[in-house]
Design a protein around this ligand. Structure first.
Ligand code: FES
Ligand code: FES
Length: 150
């Protein structure tokens, strides 16, 4: 009985908690813990998802890509470089979620419009940059890419 309760408890833990505490993938940040800020964003089956809202029990067959996985790609490295060069990362709390959302956006829209940028990052809050520098970083990364996200 205790084992069953423990198992249920483990399966009800948020994906963000398991990523950070069990798997030591600390890129996804814990911000609000309520699905409001996007700091914990990861890609789940190709969609940007706030991992603080998803119990791991729902993910047994899911394809999860964290910011660490994105950072290992050439387009992830371009995004990181442009975030630094454009001043799109200041305190850095929002940055991993922004990179995840930006990577997803560039895969869908390799040359995003301003509306694409606003819509693509609508779930990600930043208290530091005013967003302009983040948009500039994503546009610079898109221009540095000749063939979209690879
Ligand atoms: S920590 Fe998940 S949305 Fe804010
Ligand atoms: S860089 Fe500080 S919240 Fe975005």
């Amino acid at each position: 009985m205790a084992r069953r309760k423990l198992s249920k408890l483990i399966r009800s833990r948020a994906c963000s908690t398991v990523l950070r505490e069990d798997l030591k993938l600390t890129g996804a940040k814990e911000g609000c813990g309520e699905g409001e800020c996007g700091a914990c964003a990861v890609l789940i089956d190709g969609e940007v998802v706030n991992s603080c809202l998803v119990p791991v029990a729902q993910l047994s067959a899911a394809d999860i890509i964290t910011v660490e996985g994105i950072a290992a790609t050439s387009y992830g490295q371009r995004l990181q470089k442009e975030f630094v060069e454009c001043g799109g990362a200041q305190c850095g709390i929002c940055t991993p979620g922004m990179i995840v959302a930006a990577a997803n956006l560039l895969q869908r829209s390799p040359k995003p419009s301003e509306d694409d940028l606003r819509n693509g990052l609508s779930g990600n809050l930043c208290r530091c940059t005013g967003y302009t520098r983040i948009f500039e970083a994503i546009l610079a990364a898109s221009q540095a890419s000749s063939g979209g996200a690879k």
